[in-house]
Ligand binder design. Structure first.
Ligand SMILES: [Zn+2]
Length: 237
């Protein structure tokens, strides 16, 4: 009878392991979805960054061009006045002012060329992000849909599996079941063999008294890890 009870308990443990496997599988799929969502966020952030960068550089270019235009205007005004001036002294003074403005304007030109180059670069980068975006998002959405479908399927499979548990439970002695329920929640392999007088999970020595009890078909817990112990031969007898 006890051999049958052991077999039933081992069977139940195997059954519960399969439950855990199925649950982990679902958890992995759920995790996969959050991974894909993060990938989408990363794409959104990259495209937003490229857009902001383009905007900032465009602003820089606009400001520089405006500054140069303003110098242009000032120079033109001074030159118009210069033509009306008759005295040598005033003429020289205006000339000097115009020269100053021209120097300032010239100083703006180098940075403006740099900004133009940066703008071209930023436009290319933004376009590159835009080009890849649609197809990347579509691919990710496809993966998410696939994952969701798999999750639904896995949940059905899990439920069908769980529904069969009562069948497995009914062959396990009640007091064994209670002990197993307490232990089963904590370890993945709650029932292990005795190997050369030791627990095969934690190698804790099994006492001679426990060995006798095991041979008599009693349920014994390892003193080291509290897993259930059984002797292999007992099953095969
Ligand atoms: Zn142990």
């Amino acid at each position: 009878m006890n051999n049958n009870a052991f077999t039933a308990l081992i069977d139940l443990v195997d059954f519960d392991q399969k439950t855990i496997f199925l649950q982990n599988n679902i958890a992995k799929l759920v995790h996969g979805i959050s991974f894909f969502e993060k990938q989408k966020d990363t794409l959104d952030i990259a495209i937003q960054k490229a857009k902001n960068n383009l905007h900032d550089i465009q602003k820089e270019v606009d400001l520089s061009e405006l500054e140069i235009k303003s110098y242009d205007q000032q120079i033109k005004e001074k030159q118009a006045k210069l033509n009306l001036i008759t005295t040598q002294k005033e003429h020289a003074s205006y000339k000097k002012e115009i020269q100053n403005l021209q120097e300032k304007q010239h100083a703006c030109e180098g940075p403006l060329v740099d900004s133009w180059n940066a703008l071209e670069q930023a436009k290319l980068e933004y376009q590159k992000q835009l080009d890849g975006y649609e197809s990347n998002v579509a691919q990710i959405d496809k993966e998410i849909t696939e994952n969701n479908k798999n999750i639904e399927q896995a949940k059905i499979e899990l439920q069908e599996h769980i529904d069969k548990r009562d069948e497995k439970v009914k062959f396990v002695p009640k007091d064994w079941l209670e002990k197993y329920e307490i232990l089963g929640a904590r370890v993945a392999d709650p029932i292990v063999t005795v190997d050369r007088g030791s627990c095969s999970a934690c190698y804790y020595d099994v006492t001679p008294q426990h060995m006798v009890e095991l041979k008599n078909g009693k349920l014994v817990q390892c003193k080291g890890c509290y897993r259930f112990l059984y002797i292999k031969q007992q099953q095969e007898e």
